[in-house]
Design a protein around this ligand. Structure first.
Ligand code: SAM
Length: 374
């Protein structure tokens, strides 16, 4: 079976989390900034798209080379056997990105790459300078970093954070793969209770339920590889069936509350779409009134963060309430994500560990308070 050079992409700071997920799935990995490389067959492409929780995309590395000028870029791209990858009617959008390289104009890198592929296909298919691009889509990208060019085929399509269970609404929910990545930075594996007391649209609680029940996060969606004409069409439905047979019962409760009943309705709809509505206890309750008789679990939350001074003051008052309510729960490990650099001061305790992350473009800290468990 043909082996491909593959890599997963992810948000900054999640490389080790994705590498760990790949290792658990049985792959040997090599990590770079923003990428984790591994090797695999078409079956592995399906498996990783289906199962990786915190990655963005899985790509096939087609070729890498030094690109110091436009001639070498054109020639190296032209030299690849494009007809073996792209049928005559393939749609193949090319994205270009360059970082710290001699070839620094992204539009030029993109258009020269596209031109070299078109010229090669025209000659390989004996066409007269015209390709219809009316068929299936093969998303390509050329990425040049410190003059090393890599041309890749995206097997995922829409980023893996789009699981397919989320209903759109006006709020700013956390991305699903980001929520899963945060959970993977904790020891959570479904054997202990989990509480999100500011659940919003429920992303953390739903991703926790998927982890606890061993539900593959890609179960509901299609991928770019579904359109590739050389891809074995049996693999995707086979692996989805296999994944469905691996679903487990929930062992420990998952609690999701929020002060706002209207966001809880959205959270419930999302949980329903993900098939985990019965696994999460949703309740409208304000932090100050929060009580639990659960023990030895995890509290995880993404409390509001105020950009404007007035909002910041009310967020900080909430962090103080959080300290009063959650700090006495000493046998819970607690994890809070916020962009407020003064979180610890208002919460009332210095974190055991702080991890710098980016939630979209927002620089945030993941404040971790590890429990003293006997
Ligand atoms: C940043 S959002 C959480 C987003 C969530 N992680 C998601 O993916 O949708 C913060 C949430 O905290 C809730 N909240 C604000 N003040 C609260 C309070 N005093 N008690 C409980 N929840 C509160 C808001 O209603 C909002 O849904």
């Amino acid at each position: 079976m043909k082996k491909y050079q593959l890599y997963a992409t992810m948000g900054a700071g999640f490389e080790s989390v994705v590498a760990k997920e790949l290792n658990k799935l049985g792959y040997e990995t090599k990590t770079e900034n923003g990428r984790v490389f591994f090797e695999g067959t078409q079956e592995d492409i399906v498996k990783t798209n289906l199962w990786l929780r915190s990655a963005d995309r899985i790509k096939i590395l087609l070729k890498e080379f030094k690109a110091l000028d436009f001639d070498s870029l054109y020639n190296e791209i032209y030299a690849y056997d494009w007809a073996q990858l792209l049928p005559v009617d393939a749609k193949f959008p090319v994205q270009g990105r360059t970082v710290r390289s001699k070839l620094h104009s992204e539009p030029d890198v993109q258009s020269i790459t596209k031109k070299a592929i078109v010229d090669k296909l025209v000659s390989q298919y004996h066409r007269r300078g015209f390709l219809p691009e009316s068929g299936s889509q093969y998303p390509l990208d050329i990425h040049i970093y410190k003059n090393l060019a890599r041309i890749s085929l995206d097997t995922t399509g829409q980023s893996l954070f789009k699981r397919g269970y989320r209903v759109e609404h006006g709020g700013a929910p956390m991305k699903e793969n980001f929520a899963a990545g945060l959970l993977e930075l904790t020891p959570y594996n479904g054997t202990h209770p989990l509480i999100d007391p500011m659940t919003g649209s429920g992303t953390l609680a739903i991703e926790a339920a998927l982890i606890a029940k061993n539900i593959a996060p890609g179960t509901w969606r299609k991928f770019a590889f579904d359109e590739f004409d050389w891809f074995d069409t049996k693999l995707h439905p086979e692996l989805v069936d296999e994944a469905k047979n691996q679903v487990r019962e929930l062992e420990a409760p998952i609690w999701a509350s929020d002060i706002d009943q209207s966001v809880l309705e959205i959270a419930k709809l999302n949980a329903h779409n993900a098939g985990v509505l019965q696994d999460i206890r949703f309740k409208q309750v304000a932090v100050k009134d929060f009580k639990t008789d659960l023990e030895n679990g995890i509290v995880i939350a993404n409390p509001p963060y105020g950009k404007r001074l007035k909002d910041r003051e009310s967020a900080e008052a909430l962090y103080k309430q959080m300290g009063e309510v959650f700090l006495p729960m000493e046998n819970f490990s607690q994890y809070y994500l916020t962009a407020d650099p003064n979180f610890e001061k208002f919460f009332g305790k210095k974190a055991t560990k702080k991890r710098k992350l980016f939630n979209g473009n927002l620089r945030v800290d993941f404040y971790q308070y590890w429990a003293n468990r006997k």
